[in-house]
Design a protein around this ligand. Structure first.
Ligand code: SAM
Length: 287
């Protein structure tokens, strides 16, 4: 079928709990498009009815995404506008959608983001863990051995880790994290965001592992687990040498240059030298 040039794919975020989070633009597009491709048509049907939207629904979930993507691409080529939604949050983020987006791009169909809620980003925004850089891990493997292997691979990650986890597994996952990352690593559990029982639990991995065992509410509802990245460390000798070199260089050079040079001279990591230089200068550390 020839591409008429009018078909489009809108990737529309829907609320992760609070229906007030559906944006006016998302509402307008869901009402005006030809077809809404939904992970679960019954679930999205309830959302559409709530907003008095009568657009036709078609299912597109992990088991039919491949076939459905081709079918929807043909319809968009013929001029249809399709809105892709998942059950909650942003499609294609630990949800179906990637295959359809790729198929649309390959067919030269315009793909338009209609952003809104995303549990990972909402959790990160309130976690009070470093946000300048983070690493979205999606779901950890469900099986213990595979989960522990993955956690070992992540043990030296310096960026804040953002993980989706099922309430049934959060206790075990926290215990594995405490063992592999060390019990003192700071973490946050963001539970039931935007919903009635929204709660943020903050503490070390050891503390939250204990609470997961003791407090039944802790392991109910939907959860994002956020874990501080590993702090870059320098051994004692390198640390002392780094300080000595930095003190000399900071007398002559701007902080950034002194830190860069000190890192090269001592073998310390750039970010560690920079952090230490800030401390020696008495400046507050940046995130
Ligand atoms: N695409 C969605 C998004 O943009 O956030 C994520 C879908 S994924 C299948 C579902 C997971 O997201 C849940 O298991 C949970 O880890 C997280 N999640 C979704 N809604 C949440 C909420 N209201 N509070 C906390 N976590 C939530």
């Amino acid at each position: 079928m020839a591409n008429t040039g009018t078909g489009r794919l809108y990737v529309v975020a829907t609320p992760i709990g609070n229906l007030g989070d559906l944006s006016p633009r998302a509402r307008e597009i869901l009402g005006a498009c030809t077809l809404v491709a939904a992970e679960d048509t019954r679930h999205t049907g309830t959302l559409l009815r709530h907003f008095s939207i009568a657009t036709a629904l078609i299912s597109m979930h992990e088991h039919n995404e491949q076939d459905r993507a081709q079918e929807l691409v043909e319809r968009m080529r013929a001029g249809a506008t399709v809105a892709l939604v998942s059950d909650a949050g942003t499609p294609a983020i630990s949800d179906p959608g990637y295959t359809l987006v790729c198929a649309a791009v390959a067919a030269g169909i315009e793909v338009i983001a209609v952003p809104g809620a995303c549990a990972a980003i909402a959790a990160l925004s309130v976690a009070a863990l470093p946000t300048a850089k983070f690493c979205f891990e999606g779901f950890l493997p469900a099986r213990t051995a595979a989960r522990r292997t993955r956690l070992l691979e992540l043990a030296h990650e310096e960026r804040t880790l953002v993980i989706y986890e099922s309430p049934h597994r959060i206790g075990e996952a926290l215990e594995d994290c405490a063992e592999i990352f060390g019990p003192a690593r700071e973490c946050v559990i963001a539970r039931e965001l935007t919903k009635l029982h929204e709660t943020l639990y903050r503490g070390t991995l050891a503390e939250l592992s204990v609470r997961a065992r003791q407090e039944p509410d802790f392991t109910r509802g939907e959860i994002v687990l956020l874990i501080a990245g590993e702090s870059p460390t320098v051994d004692e000798d390198t640390g002392a040498e780094l300080d000595r070199v930095l003190r000399v260089l900071l007398e002559q050079l701007p902080l950034k240059q002194a830190a860069g040079l000190a890192a090269r001279l001592t073998g310390a990591r750039d970010n560690e030298a920079y952090k230490r230089a800030l401390q020696l200068k008495g400046a507050p550390p940046s995130q």
